[in-house]
Design a protein around this ligand. Structure first.
Ligand code: TRP
Ligand code: ZN
Length: 906
């Protein structure tokens, strides 16, 4: 039994949703900005919701000092109940009335970074999901939408730029060297989309004309020193505007669209209406300081927040259980955006593979853990804990399946109907599904809409169990498909999911794409050499005729459903797919399966053979074939030649020994490094610099493959060195750290030295630090690389402890805290899981230390222990001890408390 504490918070249930008892029509906010004491005057007009029985008005508030409450200009009685401002004596008729609430707050002490806070002497806000209540008393729920007018007053020298949502309608000087600005947002919005910014900022701007002929002003605000790093962000924003118009016919609805970068931010970015606030990591880029991955992330996140303007802001969520309504859909949209920016089909495939790789390592693990939850959760204690891979990434897959079932055109029609029906309102996930379905009567989706809805209500990753039979005499091939889903916490057995399965047949002898002649009642659709079938029962059979050679099934092409395919592929079959499949996703998948099968066999064999490497000569030859292949993209080769991560290997095992997994995978990498040494050398030389830095899929692919080659070459060098040879590659990597003309190449070289454990790593790290000490985002990488370092003799833990003492380290800046602590605890399993439990001890200390500053960030760190029950001994006992110690602490935030409780529950 866990101890209960007075602060133990109540769970909120989706089934308890009730419409609000009052509506708020307009809000006029006046801020006197002062870091130590900001005064907030809130004048709003409200009226009773005639659909709800008369009751008291209960306004949310948190960490506020209440000065005054007036109703229609006169004093009124009120009381405070656990932070909630309760007003009982309000006009009883249905007429609008005015409420004036005067409060103060202390932005400089706001270390949670929710509500109004100060970052580097700039005022910033973060209101989603429940931060607005830290600014003023309000009905802090997304179904209450009001029109906002905001006046900001502040010192003119210290805060020359004053921003809020909408249009600037007034500005000017005030007495005492102060000034003011008034902003009016023409759109009704929920308060979680409110934002203000005040500080010393510079701005890059650009005008764009939308299809409607209207001109819009786009602005990117940053610290003056960063203005040179905003070009890529602005370009990404322009591309986003163009894409949403051409793909979905959605135009920008604002005269002015602003993006502000801040260094202190809990998450990636926030879609506040017309005034997006971004973690600077997703805005600032220059070739000297940002990697290709940074450039790509900026493009994606800028797109994501921009697309929220329609999917999230124009149509918002009825309640926070519907979070995936906006997040799943908007992630789907940003994925489509990134894909559509790729000119080549192969680059689209690369994009898809990277997304699926993330989904399978993070979301599948979440779905298999004690914190598993449906895309639309049923209850929560702290909603911040539900901004998860399930809600975001699996939610996006659910939307993608809708598109797969109704087709691209049908999906666009569904979007149009969604806006026709719901523009300007707060709705549910079901409303979206219904719109897509209704727009496509008779479609594969519309005919099984109720069953499809289970993707929102049931947790867990479905398994597709496949068996087959080929009859050479009759030339028929039968596929048997069945589905099941493992038990999830608090969920009875799952009913069948609607699984769109794209598949094809590849000739085992010729490698040719076999023509498909399906003979069955299964609903589906044919597209080239692929067939889309819908498995919506627990099982079904599918027969093909005129199959002239034994086929290898290529299943779940393009990852057409977020599921696990279980089919007993032979190595021969996988080599056939790796060499021939017309579906690039499954081609990659075949290579991953081969590597996985080798790894799992060695890991579970219990012998020491892992240390000499698990990879067969045939596998190594196949990898060489891919690496040297004249027709494949470097970016694709990079993905194929990267072994499945330790996290993904862990996914395949019932009992996880992180040390053993790490050792076996490292041995495999060393094998790949030495067996293909000449090929890596060739690859490095072939794909090296050919002129200046450009950010495009082809150049990025070349740099990625070069980086991988260098990593393997430095690894091979360690083996040579052990044999008293004098390898040249570490020296070349060191040289590259010095003279690279872009951060991608430089960081690849530095990483190659650090991960291979070469003696040149230390001087390279020192040099890198000196060169970039004034670039906070680069120093984050420097910290992260060391904390995420390949652990060779258990040295990483003490290195991390040293980094925590570094003068540049601080727990208060989330990016910095993540760069050291999260890199170690969440992304370096081989170093974090120790026989002496030292990693877990550090984890427990840091959760507590961060929790005292910023519960939201601390709760993310708790997640390092999600899968503790699968750990082998002694890790399991060590993890349990650490979790129990944490659970026994009295003053945990409700964020951390909820997760620790869930993770420990039986
Ligand atoms: N809505 C944001 C997004 O685009 C998520 C987000 C940003 C957020 N900042 C936050 C969520 C702070 C919770 C708290 O995905
Ligand atoms: Zn989002």
């Amino acid at each position: 039994m866990l101890p209960t504490h007075p602060s133990a918070a109540r769970a909120i249930h989706r089934a308890d949703y009730r419409p609000p008892a009052f509506w708020i029509d307009t809000v006029a906010l006046t801020f006197d900005l002062d870091p130590a004491k900001t005064r907030v005057l809130n004048r709003m007009t409200l009226r009773r919701n005639p659909a709800v029985a008369a009751q008291a008005l209960r306004l949310d508030g948190e960490d506020l000092s209440l000065v005054r409450v007036l109703c229609n200009g006169a004093g009124t009685s009120f009381r405070l109940e656990e932070g909630v401002l309760v007003l009982e004596k309000l006009p009883s008729d249905d007429k609008p009335f005015e409420l004036e609430i005067f409060t103060t707050c202390t932005p400089v002490d706001n270390t949670r970074l929710m509500g109004l806070y100060v970052s580097q002497d700039t005022f910033t806000t973060q209101c989603e999901p429940e931060g607005f209540r830290r600014i003023t008393y309000f009905l802090d729920r997304p179904d209450v939408m009001a029109r906002f007018t905001v006046t900001l007053r502040a010192d003119r020298d210290r805060y020359p730029v004053l921003l809020s949502n909408g249009n600037l309608v007034d500005s000017g000087p005030l007495d005492g060297n102060r000034h003011m600005a008034t902003w009016e947002d023409p759109f009704r919005k929920p308060c979680y989309l409110f934002a203000l910014v005040a500080g010393k900022l510079a701005c890059r701007e650009q005008r764009v004309v939308s299809r409607t002929g209207k001109e819009h002003l786009l602005q990117v605000y940053v610290r003056p020193a960063d203005i040179e790093k905003t070009e890529h962000a602005m370009q990404s924003l322009c591309k986003s505007v163009v894409w949403d118009e051409s793909r979905f016919g959605l135009s920008l609805d604002l005269e002015r669209y602003m993006i502000v970068a801040t260094s202190d931010f809990n998450m990636g970015a926030m879609e506040n209406k017309g005034l997006n606030i971004f973690n600077s990591k997703y805005v600032l880029a220059a070739r000297a300081t940002a990697t290709d991955a940074d450039f790509a992330n900026i493009e994606r996140v800028i797109g994501h927040e921009y697309f929220h303007n329609w999917t999230g802001n124009r149509i918002t969520c009825r309640d926070w259980f519907q979070l995936s309504l906006k997040e799943g859909l908007t992630v789907f949209r940003d994925q489509e955006f990134s894909m559509d920016l790729c000119a080549q089909p192969s680059a689209r495939a690369v994009q898809r593979i990277s997304e699926v790789r993330d989904l399978r390592t993070v979301q599948f693990a979440e779905d298999a853990s004690p914190v598993a939850h449906p895309v639309r959760p049923d209850s929560y204690v702290e909603i911040n804990n539900f901004y998860t891979a399930t809600v975001y990434e699996k939610g996006a897959e659910v939307v993608r399946m809708m598109q797969t079932l109704v087709g691209r055109e049908g999906f666009a029609a569904g979007m149009r109907l969604y806006f026709e029906r719901h523009d300007g309102s707060a709705v549910t996930c079901e409303d979206f599904l219904r719109a897509v379905s209704d727009a496509n009567p008779g479609s594969l989706l519309a005919t099984r809409c109720a069953a499809f809805e289970r993707w929102y209500s049931q947790a867990g990753t479905p398994r597709i169990v496949v068996s087959d039979h080929y009859d050479p005499d009759a030339a028929t091939y039968t596929l048997h498909l069945a589905q099941n889903c493992p038990q999830c916490p608090g969920q009875a057995t799952a009913a069948p999911f609607v699984l769109p399965i794209a598949l094809g047949l590849v000739g085992a002898r010729t490698g040719a794409a076999l023509p498909l002649h399906p003979q069955s009642e299964i609903p589906g659709r044919q597209d080239g050499d692929s067939l889309l079938v819908v498995l919506d029962q627990s099982q079904c059979s599918l027969r093909f005729e005129q199959v002239q050679e034994p086929p290898v099934p290529s299943l779940l092409r393009g990852f057409s459903a977020p599921a696990i395919v279980q089919y007993a592929y032979s190595d021969d079959q996988l080599y056939t797919l790796l060499a021939n499949d017309t579906d690039p996703f499954n081609r990659w998948e075949a290579g991953q399966r081969l590597a996985l099968q080798h790894a799992v066999a060695v890991i579970t064999s219990g012998t020491g053979t892992g240390d000499t490497g698990a990879l067969s000569g045939r596998f190594l030859d196949a990898m060489r074939g891919v690496l040297r292949h004249p027709g494949l993209d470097p970016a694709f080769k990079d993905l194929v030649l990267t072994l499945p991560s330790e996290a993904y290997i862990s996914e395949q095992l019932d009992v996880v020994d992180p040390q053993r997994i790490h050792a076996v995978r490292e041995a495999m990498r060393t094998q790949l490094a030495t067996a293909l040494q000449e090929d890596w050398q060739w690859a490095y030389e072939q794909h090296g610099d050919n002129g200046g830095y450009r950010f495009d899929p082809v150049s990025c692919g070349r740099r990625a493959l070069c980086g991988l080659a260098l990593a393997y070459l430095c690894l091979a060098a360690e083996v040579e060195q052990a044999m008293q040879a004098h390898p040249v590659w570490p020296g070349k990597a060191y040289q590259r750290c010095k003279d690279a003309d872009n951060m991608t190449d430089r960081f690849h070289a530095l990483s190659a030295l650090v991960h291979s454990g070469n003696a040149l790593a230390q001087p390279a790290l020192a040099r890198f630090y000196e060169q970039f000490r004034s670039e906070e985002l680069v120093i984050d990488k420097w910290f992260a690389l060391q904390a995420g370092c390949n652990d060779r003799g258990g040295q990483v833990l003490s290195a991390v402890r040293k980094l925590l003492q570094h003068p540049d380290f601080t727990l208060r800046n989330p990016n910095r805290a993540r760069s050291v602590i999260f890199s170690y605890c969440l992304h370096n399993p081989g170093a974090f899981h120790r026989v002496d439990a030292g990693g877990y001890v550090l984890w427990g200390e840091q959760v507590l230390a961060i929790d005292a500053i910023n519960p939201q960030v601390a709760a993310r760190l708790v997640r390092a222990m999600d899968n503790w029950k699968k750990l082998a001994q002694p890790y399991r006992d060590g993890a349990f001890d650490a979790l129990s110690r944490l659970a026994g602490k009295a003053d945990l935030s409700k964020d951390v408390r909820e997760l620790v409780t869930r993770v420990l529950a039986d």
